[in-house]
Design a protein around this ligand. Structure first.
Ligand code: C2E
Ligand code: MG
Ligand code: MG
Length: 412
């Protein structure tokens, strides 16, 4: 096995480089796929292609073993193009067989900046294989943004103009600032694994994460949490409004044939919604009776909101066919109440704002109340006032000291 550069003499480094260059020439690099799942319902949404070195002895080399050597020259670009070609071959094969496909994210090194017209090459490679551009997500690490932001902004714009999606990878790993993310017009923000450290036991870690997701959601970026390993992390990320989950909790990077099976299984499950219930059971084991109960609640209530009073956050579990539709699906609890109050009849606004202010709710919880319920008149999208019953049920989080509220709203 090759060691990292730090452990080696210069002669050994040269040997290692030659071995890796040969591996590239001999097409010894293969693609592992790591699925990305929707955070709330658990369906497969996409995957990331990760390079692995299949050595002549059959063992598998990890990126840490070969990428540093390839990055020294332009060879990393060659690897990225090889990985893209493999991904295109996989997608093409499935599409031709009429099988389900999902978008695949491919990592591209910052060295592509020096290659000339990146977008044109990307188009040529994908068009040659008849791959729709929206099936390829181009991942660029945040460290590239820091190194040459002007050129990256131009590159991202040219890639998106051709219909590819662009993801900023490893966001929060240290080098980029929020303003760079604002300036680079990407579609997806992948939040670095390091921000999930210590299983989010620390308040400050949670505040930082919540703020990042809030900021990304408001910029309408699709968010992907990288490196999710525990149910606690998943639970918290759901309350932050995180869109997609990539991590060992759901799936490790895997061989093409294993990923193909997951894609096909997903296709069958979609017809029956089997996958969604399977996933919820997997991450939050409950009896199937509980599942059915939840479904009944969603049928009865057009608006169901989960809020974390302690963290001042909320997300909508369901928001279908309600008379007003303008509220963001996740965000800050205090803002939700302000928004709700502003849509009420002027005579009911104060009652609504006072009853559901987080301090009042916490006081009601402390006083032992199980539920706070009022009826107010709310203006619908059609300009007509209707009586709405809002019932807030208190629940103690099973995983932390946080006080949660489940809000059930219906027209009465
Ligand atoms: P990345 O692009 O941020 O990829 C995600 C890495 O996080 C992968 O490591 C993946 O295995 C790992 N990971 C995902 N979920 C978990 C988890 O729950 N726990 C833990 N501990 N790790 C998790 P991997 O495959 O070792 O790749 C490392 C890095 O190498 C990648 O980070 C990417 O920057 C680079 N890389 C991989 N393939 C390519 C490639 O084809 N081209 C280029 N330019 N870089 C690549
Ligand atoms: Mg990546
Ligand atoms: Mg990453």
């Amino acid at each position: 096995m090759l060691s990292t550069e730090n452990d080696l003499s210069s002669e050994e480094i040269t040997d290692s480089k030659l071995i890796i260059q040969n591996a590239l020439k001999n097409h010894e690099f293969i693609v592992y796929y790591q699925p990305q799942y929707k955070a709330i319902r658990g369906q497969l949404a996409s995957a990331e292609a990760l390079a692995r070195w299949k050595k002549p002895d059959g063992s598998i080399g990890m990126p840490g073993e070969f990428i540093p050597y390839l990055e020294e020259g332009s060879l990393i670009c060659e690897l990225d193009w090889q990985i893209l070609s493999e991904v295109c071959r996989f997608l093409k094969q499935r599409m031709e067989a009429g099988k389900e496909v999902v978008p695949i994210a491919v990592n591209f090194s910052r060295n592509h900046l020096d290659e000339g017209d990146f977008a044109a090459r990307l188009c040529a490679k994908t068009d040659q294989m008849h791959i729709p551009h929206e099936l390829i997500h181009v991942e660029i690490t945040e460290s590239s943004l820091a190194s040459d932001s002007e050129r990256i902004i131009a590159l991202v714009a040219s890639v998106r103009a051709q219909g590819f999606h662009v993801a900023i990878d490893d966001f929060g790993s240290g080098l980029s600032s929020l303003s760079m993310v604002k300036d680079v017009d990407a579609d997806i923000l992948k939040i670095d694994r390091s921000l999930l450290s210590d299983n989010l036991a620390n308040d400050k870690d949670r505040i930082v994460l919540e703020s990042i997701y809030d900021f990304a959601n408001r910029l309408r970026l699709t968010t992907v949490a990288e490196g999710v390993e525990t149910r606690e992390q998943l639970g918290f990320l759901r309350t932050c409004g995180c869109d997609l989950i990539q991590g060992f909790l759901f799936a490790k990077p895997m061989l093409e044939e294993d990923f193909a099976r997951i894609c096909s299984r997903q296709a069958t499950a979609l017809g029956t919604d089997e996958n969604a219930s399977e996933d919820i059971l997997m991450v939050q084991p409950r009896s199937s009776a509980m599942q059915l109960l939840t479904e009944v609640i969603f049928k009865k209530y057009p608006l169901v909101i989960f809020s974390n009073l302690t963290r001042n956050s909320y997300y909508m579990m369901t928001y279908d066919n309600f008379t007003t539709t303008s509220c963001p699906s996740a965000g800050v609890f205090d803002e939700l109440i302000e928004h709700g109050a502003s849509s009420m009849h002027p005579e009911d606004q104060q009652l609504f704002a006072d009853t559901f202010h987080s301090d009042s709710l916490l006081a009601a919880y402390e006083a032992g109340q199980e539920c706070v319920r009022i009826v107010t008149r709310q203006m619908g999208d059609d300009g007509i006032y209707r009586a709405v019953e809002t019932a807030d049920y208190f629940v103690k989080s099973p995983d932390s000291d946080d006080i949660l509220v489940i809000t059930l709203c219906q027209n009465v």
